[in-house]
Ligand binder design. Structure first.
Ligand SMILES: Cc1cc2nc3c(=O)[nH]c(=O)nc-3n(C[C@H](O)[C@H](O)[C@H](O)COP(=O)(O)OP(=O)(O)OC[C@H]3O[C@@H](n4cnc5c(N)ncnc54)[C@H](O)[C@@H]3O)c2cc1C
Length: 346
């Protein structure tokens, strides 16, 4: 770990890795510090549904996040199974554009809209961008937890192992932003997912999944899902609040966690008779972060225009975080103004 850097990025998820990648291509050699392993936060645990725009609707300079992501994946030859057949919006009612053969919590389910997007294997995507950043010249340090950022006249990033003086800091710590930027107004929670065993084609067809289009509900109770290349279906739902600290210590045996996964798998088994006896191969959770109006944070810290902060995509961050990383890099390398998305304080 060097003692001085042009730019330090805190957090090795999609936002941080994208910022590192784009900065390196713009001629600045960043040092990315990740507390655990790259992609160990939301980015390696996400559902992998690729969506355009933000949870709060269209935002300035965020109307082509999906094509931007596709270009990056192609340019760097990242093998992450990016597919863009669109995404279904579904609702708990009859009479949408297409009735699905499911009953969810006693209610019929139909497709109400088809929006741009698709699916990706998120861990491979994040590691692929990190590797592309390394190839372009970035330095990535894992197991490097930042304990404090001195945002006085001279920016100093502190870790247990020492400190780095730098001209710019990018805080890309998502659900952990508040631990470094104390006046950030945002919340965080754990959200849950489970994956079925590999299902055969007949079951996939019976469920109406033959076109492999991912979905998310536009009403409550919330449910999202997608099918993987090998034929597992991943479903997700549920929130556990006040979880941004101690994610590493939250194991499957934790009571509230086990209960949330049980509620989710029971709900999935009830969707269709073909799922009643399905086995689940994986259950996991990851941190999501959000602001009150669901606009992602993309701004500089109060009184320190060289400390930039991005995150809190409200569960809608796969494509958007990669775009945010690019915008952060442009702000550092070319002094481009950041678009006005969400602020740190309201
Ligand atoms: C279960 C789940 C399902 C989701 N599904 C979808 C989906 O289908 N579609 C979609 O668009 N979005 C989805 N999301 C949201 C999406 O995954 C996130 O918005 C996105 O991954 C955020 O990326 P990030 O880099 O900002 O944050 P993260 O990936 O969380 O990265 C932050 C990193 O910062 C590190 N860090 C924290 N504190 C420090 C510190 N002090 N020092 C150094 N490093 C630190 C963490 O270890 C972490 O690796 C989902 C999220 C979850 C959890």
């Amino acid at each position: 770990m060097p003692s001085r850097a042009d730019a330090v990025i805190v957090g090795g998820g999609l936002t941080g890795c994208s910022a590192a990648y784009h900065l390196s291509r713009l001629g600045i050699r960043p040092v990315l510090l990740e507390a655990e392993l790259v992609a160990s936060g939301a980015s390696g645990r996400t559902g992998g549904i690729v969506l355009e725009g933000s949870a709060a609707g269209p935002l300035d300079q965020a109307n082509a996040c999906v094509p931007g992501l596709a270009k990056l994946v192609e340019r760097e030859q990242i093998e992450c199974e990016l597919r863009l057949p669109g995404c279904w919006e579904i609702g708990h009612r009859d009479g949408g554009v297409r009735r699905l053969p499911w009953i969810d919590e006693g209610k019929p389910v139909s497709v109400t809209g088809h929006v741009p997007g698709g699916t990706v294997e998120p861990l491979r995507l994040t590691l692929g961008i990190a590797n592309a950043a390394l190839r372009a010249g970035a330095i990535i340090c894992e197991h490097a937890r930042v304990t404090h950022i001195d945002s006085g006249d001279h920016l100093v990033v502190e870790l247990a192992e020492g400190q780095i003086r730098t001209d710019w800091v990018i805080v890309a710590a998502n659900a952990w932003i508040k631990s470094l930027v104390h006046d950030a107004h945002m919340g965080s929670a754990l959200t849950f997912a489970c994956a079925t065993e590999v299902l055969n084609e007949k079951v996939i067809e019976a469920l109406g999944f033959q076109d492999k289009i991912p979905f998310y509900t536009v009403d409550l109770p919330y449910l999202w899902g997608r099918i993987t290349g090998e034929g597992r279906i991943i479903f997700g739902s549920g929130l556990l609040f006040d979880s941004s600290q101690g994610l590493e210590e939250t194991g499957l045996e934790t009571r509230s966690f086990a209960r949330a996964i049980e509620v989710l798998t029971r709900r999935v088994r009830g969707l269709h008779p073909a799922l009643v006896n399905t086995r689940f191969s994986h259950g996991w959770a990851g941190p999501i972060a959000f602001t009150q109006d669901q606009k992602p944070i993309l701004t500089c810290a109060p009184n320190q225009r060289r400390m930039l902060v991005a995150g809190a995509y409200a569960g809608h961050g796969v494509a958007m975080s990669v775009r945010a990383g690019e915008l952060l890099a442009l702000a550092v390398a070319r002094n481009d103004p950041l678009p006005e998305w969400g602020a740190l304080a309201r």
